[in-house]
Design a protein around this ligand. Sequence first.
Ligand SMILES: O=C1C[C@@](O)(C(=O)O)C[C@@H](O)[C@@H]1O
Length: 252
Amino acid sequence: MATVKIRNVVLGEGLPKIAVPNVGKTREEIISAAKEIIQAEPDLMEWRIDYFEAGINDFVELKKVAQELRKVMEETPILITFRTKNEGGVLSLPEERYLSLLNQIIVNRLGDAVDIELFHDEDTVKRLVKVAHQYNVIVVMSNHDFDKVPSKDIIEFRLKKMAELGADIPKFACMPHSSMDVLTLLMATTVVNETISNPIITMAMGDLGKVSRIAGQVFGSSLSFGAVGQTSAPGQLSISDLRHAEKYLELH
Ligand SMILES: O=C1C[C@@](O)(C(=O)O)C[C@@H](O)[C@@H]1O
C-alpha cells in the first residue's frame, strides 16, 4: 500500500494514526483546546471550523486563528475540516461559499491537509484537489452517512471514486444499526484497502461501531479519531482509550 505523509506523520503503515478534533466555538476555546490536545500527543489535530461561526464569517479572523494554532501545535499536522450540515456538521453554508472557503483555505495554506466532501460539484472538487496539490496540501476526501450503512458495493464505489478524483486519502463514516452493518463496513474497508493504493479511513459510528474505530490495522483503516474532552461524532473514544485499544490489537 502506498503511504501518505502529512508533515512527519505517515499514514498507511504501522498502527492507525490518531487525529483529535478541535471543536472550539470561539478563538479562546479553540486555542485552549489546542493547548490541551498537544499535551495528549496525537498524530494530527483536526480543526473542525464548522464550529467556529465567527471565523467562517470573517476569513481574516480564520487566518489569524490558524496562524496561532500553527504555533501552539508545533510540528503536529493540522487537518482542516468544514463539515457541512448535510453530513453531520454544525453550520450550513451555501454550496458556492463552501467551495470558495475551501479554495481560500488551500491557497492560504491554513493547514497541512484539508477535508473535501465527495458530494459536491465534481468539476469543482477536481479543481480543488489540483489546487491543493499545487499548494502542497494533502486531500482527505470524505463522505458521511449518519442514518445508515449503505451496501458494500456503494461504500466501495464511493471510496474508489474519491481516489479517482485525486484524493490522497479517501474517508467514509456511517451509522450502523446491527452487527451485520458493522461487518459490511469492515468488509468494504478490507476490499478497498486491497484494491487501491491510497491509505483509506473508515469508521462505523455509535456504540456498535466502536470496534471499527480500534481495529483499523486489522481491516485497513489508516487513521481513527479520538477525543480530548468533547467528541465530534458518536462513538468516538478518548485518545487514551483509543491508543491502548489499538496497541492491544497491534499486528506483529
Ligand atoms: O469525518 C470525521 C470522522 C468523524 O465523523 C468520526 O466519526 O469520528 C469525526 C469528524 O470530526 C471527522 O471529520
